[in-house]
Design a protein. Structure first.
Length: 103
């Protein structure tokens, strides 16, 4: 048996709270074999850096052991890492590229 309230049901909208996506830093790691010019090319090619900025980041990688390439949502960061590693292997360089969650 239907009551009067059943006919006048009120639909409440469900609010979904979405936050900003987690961000990840993409980093290049230093090694003793990858040429500096190749690292500069990678930074320009995959991270759209100017030559001057790419040289600055390359020197940071060389001196400090790692350099920040950019900060991206997870999927984009993972794609960038895969692209850089594949490009380096294709050119027979051991360049390492990693991503870390930005804290």
């Amino acid at each position: 048996m239907a009551s009067q309230n059943d006919d006048q049901a009120i639909l409440e909208s469900e609010q979904i709270h979405t936050g900003q996506p987690r961000l990840y830093q993409v980093l290049l790691l230093n090694d003793d074999y990858t040429p500096m010019d190749f690292v500069v090319d990678v930074l320009q090619r995959f991270f759209a850096m100017t030559k001057e900025l790419a040289i600055t980041v390359m020197l940071q990688v060389h001196r400090e052991g790692q350099g920040l390439c950019g900060i991206y949502p997870r999927d984009i960061a993972a794609t960038k890492v895969d692209q850089v590693v594949a490009w380096a292997r294709q050119h027979q360089h051991p360049l390492a590229c990693i991503m870390e969650e930005k804290g």
